[in-house]
Ligand binder design. Structure first.
Ligand SMILES: C[S@@+](CC[C@H](N)C(=O)[O-])C[C@H]1O[C@@H](n2cnc3c(N)ncnc32)[C@H](O)[C@@H]1O
Length: 392
């Protein structure tokens, strides 16, 4: 029986509930071992990535129509084919390798490599860095089965290389990184910042607050927010971009995700934060409901991403909406090439996909693309045409 606030969700199977029960026991054990409280970031890390049990680590079907959500590469090959044009420009400038973070089902790797082969611009190596052992195994199977001619160029890395000379791509990875949750409180004299962590009450996971400290408090105090307000700060996402940026000797990072610049993200319109959970193509806002069965995400602060790169000496090569980026890279022309066949199922699928990819009501506006780089000549194709709307 689903609680009232989740009654719009399909009921999970008994096996799924049992699976979640095991992850729930692990999370409660971790909270007890920690003295009754863990940060929301630690909770999210366990819920998504606990080995064998977390949402991304267990063998559940996550992506596409049979899963919980659809990402751009899952909509067909058009996204990858369009992105390939941007990748080709960077590879032509003397960058030999591509590194993809969080490759999901492996479809982006497969379709990007196929499109780059068509453009006669295959990278020397296509390296994948994937946290989930289950997804890594699926990526290996997909590429060996469906792209055997190019699969030999693909390798899986266990950790971030010490020095990077590559084009680094990450689609919907930042939003899946653990985030801290906070509340700005105006109850006492002045405004205080509380960290919303996770505790246990009557055997259930609940939010539990304590004063924010250290780097989290410093990051919170840097935001011009008036209490009462609730939101998130992903120190993990900032640290990840900073580390990549420091290690990037030459090349570019292209990060695609849903999110906003700081001024729009931390805005009175979003006073309850942006944590969202996805289950069977429905969204809900209760991260403690059956952990392990739902994806948990939060919006990306693109200003923080740009700052982390900038602080490490990277240049912001471009920032725009996904729609603008794809249009600049020639998605319309590529769609016409699909049309040139005849009115078949592929054409109809491609038309449907382009609508989702660029429509402002779907992914077109909410998703942004940022490029950060060192030693890569601009302007980059995806950002080449006027965009005075999207600024950091
Ligand atoms: C929402 S899925 C997106 C998958 C794929 N990029 C796509 O667009 O379909 C997030 C992916 O990022 C991976 N991931 C999360 N944090 C990561 C990290 N720090 N390093 C590498 N992969 C990570 C997850 O395991 C998962 O494959």
């Amino acid at each position: 029986m689903l609680p009232d606030h989740l009654s719009h969700l399909p009921a999970p199977t008994a096996d799924a509930v049992e699976h979640s029960g095991r992850l729930g026991a692990l999370i409660r054990g971790t909270i007890n071992d920690a003295g009754g409280w863990i940060s929301f970031a630690q909770f999210m890390d366990l819920a998504l990535y606990a080995p064998g049990l977390g949402y991304y680590s267990a063998g559940l079907h996550k992506f596409g129509s049979a899963g919980d959500f659809v990402t751009a590469p899952e909509l067909g090959s058009l996204f990858a084919t369009t992105l390939a044009r941007q990748a080709a420009q960077i590879l032509h400038s003397g960058i030999a390798d591509i590194i993809e973070y969080g490759a999901g089902s492996g479809r982006l790797a497969r379709d990007l490599l196929r499109a780059l082969a068509e453009l006669d611009c295959l990278p020397q190596r296509y390296c994948i860095l994937e946290t989930s052992a289950d997804l890594r195994a699926r990526q290996q199977m997909l590429l060996a089965r469906e792209a055997p001619q190019i699969a030999s160029r693909v390798t899986w890395l266990d950790r971030m290389p010490e020095t990077i000379e590559a084009l680094v791509i990450a689609n919907e990875v930042l939003d899946a990184m653990p985030t801290h949750a906070l509340r700005w409180d105006d109850a006492g004299p002045g405004c205080s910042v509380l960290e919303r962590g996770v505790g246990i009450a009557a055997e259930r996971l609940v939010f539990a607050e304590q004063p924010a400290t250290g780097a989290l408090l410093a990051a919170a105090n840097a935001l011009p927010l008036a209490a009462p307000y609730r939101s998130e700060i992903s120190l993990a996402a900032r640290a990840w971009v900073a580390e990549l940026a420091q290690r990037l000797d030459q090349g570019a990072l292209i990060l695609i995700d849903y999110g906003l610049p700081r001024g729009e993200l931390y805005n009175p319109l979003r006073e309850s934060g942006t944590v969202r959970c996805h289950y069977r193509h429905r969204m809900h806002e209760d991260p403690f409901w059956l952990p392990g069965l739902c994806d948990i995400t939060s919006h990306v602060d693109f200003t923080a991403v740009a700052e982390a790169g900038f602080d490490a000496g990277l240049e912001v090569l471009g920032y725009t909406s996904q729609a603008n980026f794809l249009i600049n890279c020639g998605v319309a022309e590529l769609l016409r090439e699909t049309d040139a066949g005849n009115a078949n199922l592929n054409e109809l699928r491609a038309r449907g996909a382009v609508n989702v990819l660029i429509s402002p009501d779907e992914m077109g506006e909410l998703f942004k693309v940022i490029a950060l780089g060192r030693g890569v000549p601009g302007p980059l194709l995806g950002f080449s045409h006027g965009d005075r709307v999207h600024t950091l």
